[in-house]
Design a protein around this ligand. Structure first.
Ligand code: M6R
Length: 609
C-alpha cells in the first residue's frame, strides 16, 4: 500500500508533491521519491527511510518545474532501498506504482530476453520498461500506457511522465485507488483524498480499468479498452483528519473495513488456478525443503499467536504434519526440543517483536529452518529467517491488530496448502475446495462488514458489562481468544477467551445474569457440543451473544442475541467470525470513549522483552 501524488499546471511542484506525500505517509514509508519535468528533461530524487530523508536530499538537489509525480513506498517486492524506491525510470519514462503485479516474473523474463537491463528488484520497474517499449515503437504516452497495461495482471495504480510530452501525466488504475483533483488551470492526482485536499475539494474518482490523461486544463478519462467515460466531479466536504481515515472515525475502524482487500492482496499472484496449487516462489521455502519438513512449530506473541493457533489446525489438517504453537516469550525460558526437520514459523505483523526475534534465534541456533511470516518487508524477523512469507495488508496504524491478523490467517492457508501439496498428502480436489473457498472469503467478509450497524447496536447493549467470556471450539477457539484480547485492549473491560470444552472445568463458576458470554459457533463438526455449552450458559442466566451460520434456527431459540454469518468452508470460518468480534470491541470502546487507536499502556511494536 504505497502513496502516489502528481501535479500538472503552472507551479513549480517539488514542495507541493512532498506536502502531498507527507499526508500519505500513513500508507507506507520505507522510501520515497519525486520525478519532476524541468522543461527539458525529467529529474528524479529518491531516498530510503522516512520522508525527512527525501526532504534533505531535495535540499541538496532541488527539483523545479512541472509536471511532477511523487511516491512513498511500502515495500512488497524488493527490499526498502534507494534503487528500489520509486519513481522508476526507463528511457524517457518515469513511473510510480501502487499495487502488486501478479505476472511480474513472466514479464521480467520476456523483457530480459529482449535485452532490457533492470536496476531494481521491483515489479514496478517492469511496467516502466513496458511503457518505454511502446513509446519507442512510436506511440504517444497515453496509448503507450494503455498498451503496456494490456499485458499486466494484478493490482495497480500508476502515474507516468514522458520527457517528450511535458504537459501531461497519464494515470491508470486497477484495484488500487486513485483520485483526480481539479483546480483552476491545474490538475492533481493522488492515491487518496488527503494528499490533495488543501489544494482542491473538487475531485473525480478513477474506477477499475480506467486510464486518464491529466493536463493543466483538466482530465480526459477512458477505459483501458478506449471507451470514453463521462464522470461528474464530487465536492469533498471532509476535514483533513477525516480524510486521512477515509471518513472513518478511527484508523482501527478503517482497517477493519480494509480486510477484504488485505486478503485479496495477500493471495494475489500466489495461487495457480489451473493446478489448484501455490506458486513455489511465493512461500519462502523451496519445494524440496518443504517436502522434508517433519514438524511445523509456530512462535509468536499476542494476536500473531492467536493466528498461529489457527495455523496449527490448518497445517495438521491440510499437510498431515504435526504442528505446535508456542508463545515466543515462553520458548526462550525453556530448553525447547526443536531442531533439524522443524520448520519454525515466526509470525509477527511488525517483524520487530523482540520476544519473537529471541525465540527465532534460539530455534535457529538449534538447527531449525526458519520461515518469517511478517507484514513489514525486510524487518528484523524476516532478515534473521531463512525465508519469508509476507502478508500484504499494508501498514496498520491502529495499535489493536485487525487486518494484519486476518491477512496472517490467509498466509497460513497458503502455507498449509503448499506443504500439503509438496508432501503429496493434499488431493487436488481438497486443495481446490479450500482455495476456491479462500477466493470467496473477501466477498463473504464484505457481507459481514455491511452489517456494521447491527454490531454497533449490540455493543450499545453490552457496553456497561464489567467482564466478558468468549467461547469457541476447534478453529473458533483462536477466534474466541482473539475476540477477548481485542475487547480488553481497547475497551479496558476484562475478557477471557476459552476453549468451549474447558468452560465446565472452571469458568462456569463466573456465569450469572451480569456476565455476557459470546459464543462463536458456526455450523461445523464442533457445533453440537458448543450448542450444549450455550445451553449450559443459559441455564445459569448468562447473557448470551452467539455468532452462528445464517439459517441456524436452533441457536436463535436459545441465545439472547444472535449475529448471523454467511456460510463458508468449515475450515475458513475464522475469516468471517473474527469480524463481528473486532467490530463489537471497537464499538464498545467507542461508546466508552477510550483512545481506540492508541490504547493506554500499549505500543504497536514491542521491542522490550
Ligand atoms: O508485531 P507482532 O505481530 O509481533 O506483535 C505481537 C503483539 O505485540 C501484537 O499482536 C499485540 O498483541 C497487538 N496489540 C494485538 O492487537
Amino acid at each position: 500500500m504505497c502513496g502516489i501524488v502528481g501535479y500538472v499546471g503552472p507551479k513549480s511542484c517539488g514542495d507541493l508533491l512532498v506536502d502531498g506525500l507527507r499526508r500519505l505517509e500513513y500508507r507506507g514509508y520505507d522510501s520515497a521519491g519525486l520525478a519532476v519535468h524541468d522543461g527539458k528533461e525529467i529529474r528524479v530524487v529518491r531516498s530510503v527511510g522516512k520522508l525527512g530523508n527525501l526532504v534533505s536530499a531535495l535540499k541538496e538537489r532541488p527539483l523545479a518545474g512541472a509536471p511532477g509525480i511523487g511516491h512513498t513506498r511500502w515495500a512488497t517486492h524488493g527490499r526498502p532501498s534507494e534503487t528500489n524506491a520509486h519513481p522508476h525510470v526507463a528511457g524517457g519514462i518515469a513511473l510510480v506504482h501502487n499495487g502488486i503485479i501478479e505476472n511480474h516474473l513472466h514479464l521480467k523474463r520476456q523483457l530480459m530476453e529482449q535485452g532490457v537491463k533492470f536496476s531494481s528488484d521491483t515489479d514496478t520497474e517492469i511496467v516502466a520498461h513496458l511503457v518505454e517499449r511502446e513509446v519507442r515503437a512510436g506511440h504517444k504516452l497515453l496509448e503507450a500506457v494503455r498498451r503496456a497495461l494490456a499485458v499486466v495482471e494484478g493490482a495497480y495504480a500508476v502515474a507516468v511522465l514522458h520527457k517528450d510530452e511535458p504537459d501531461r501525466i497519464v494515470i491508470a488504475k486497477n484495484a488500487s485507488p486513485l483520485v483526480i483533483g481539479l483546480g483552476e488551470g491545474e490538475t492533481y492526482c493522488a492515491s487518496d483524498i488527503p494528499a490533495i485536499l488543501p489544494y482542491t475539494r473538487t475531485m473525480v474518482l478513477l474506477e477499475e480499468g480506467e486510464i486518464a490523461l491529466l493536463t493543466a486544463g483538466g482530465v480526459e478519462i477512458t477505459t483501458l479498452k478506449g471507451e470514453r467515460v463521462d464522470r461528474k466531479p464530487k465536492t469533498i466536504t471532509w476535514n483533513a483528519a477525516q480524510a486521512e481515515k477515509s471518513g472513518y472515525k478511527h484508523f482501527m475502524l478503517k482497517e477493519i473495513h480494509e480486510q477484504p482487500r488485505a486478503i485479496e492482496d495477500t493471495m494475489r499472484g500466489r495461487i495457480d488456478l489451473e493446478k489448484w496449487d501455490i506458486i513455489d516462489s511465493e512461500i519462502g521455502i523451496d519445494a524440496a525443503a518443504a517436502a522434508d519438513v517433519k514438524r511445523v512449530y509456530f512462535i509468536a506473541c499476542g494476536t500473531s499467536f492467536h493466528a498461529s493457533l489457527f495455523g496449527r489446525y490448518l497445517v495438521e489438517s491440510l499437510s498431515g504434519l504435526p504442528a505446535t504453537c508456542e508463545l515466543a516469550s515462553e520458548l526462550v525460558v525453556r530448553d525447547p526440543v526443536v531442531g533439524p526437520g522443524d520448520l519454525v514459523v515466526a509470525v509477527s505483523q511488525s517483524g520487530e517483536t523482540i520476544d519473537t526475534l529471541a525465540a527465532l534465534k534460539a530455534a535457529k541456533d538449534r538447527g531449525a529452518r526458519i520461515l518469517a511470516l511478517a507484514n513489514v518487508l525486510d524487518s528484523a524477523i524476516p532478515r534473521a529467517a531463512h525465508g519469508s512469507l509476507y502478508t500484504h495488508a499494508g501498514p496498520e496504524i491502529g495499535v489493536a491488530s485487525t487486518k494484519c491478523f486476518t491477512a496472517q490467517l490467509a498466509a497460513m492457508v497458503l502455507l498449509a496448502v503448499y506443504l500439503g501439496r509438496r508432501r503429496n498428502v493434499l488431493s487436488t480436489d481438497r486443495a481446490r475446495e479450500v482455495l476456491q473457498g479462500m477466493l470467496e472469503v473477501p466477498h463473504r467478509m464484505r457481507d459481514v462488514l455491511s452489517q456494521d450497524d447491527s454490531l454497533r447496536d449490540l455493543a450499545r447493549k453490552f457496553q456497561h458489562a464489567k467482564s466478558f467470556l468468549f467461547l469457541g471450539r476447534g478453529v473458533s477457539f483462536p477466534i474466541a481468544v482473539e475476540g477477548a484480547l481485542k475487547l480488553k485492549e481497547i475497551s479496558y473491560i476484562h475478557a477471557e477467551g476459552y476453549a468451549a470444552g474447558e468452560m465446565k472445568h472452571g469458568p462456569i463458576a463466573l456465569i450469572d445474569e451480569n456476565m455476557p458470554v459470546v459464543v462463536v459457533m458456526p455450523r461445523d463438526r464442533t457445533y453440537e457440543k458448543t450448542l450444549s455449552n450455550l445451553q449450559e450458559v443459559k441455564a445459569r442466566e448468562g447473557r448470551t451473544l452467539a455468532l452462528a451460520t445464517r439459517g441456524d434456527a436452533e441457536v436463535g431459540a436459545i441465545a439472547d442475541h444472535v449475529f448471523y454469518l454467511p456460510k463458508v468452508d468449515a475450515m475458513l470460518t475464522p475469516f468471517i467470525t473474527s469480524l463481528p468480534l473486532q467490530l463489537l470491541a471497537y464499538y464498545v470502546a467507542d461508546f466508552k470513549g477510550t483512545d481506540v487507536d492508541q490504547p493506554r499502556n500499549l505500543a504497536k511494536t514491542v521491542t522490550v522483552e
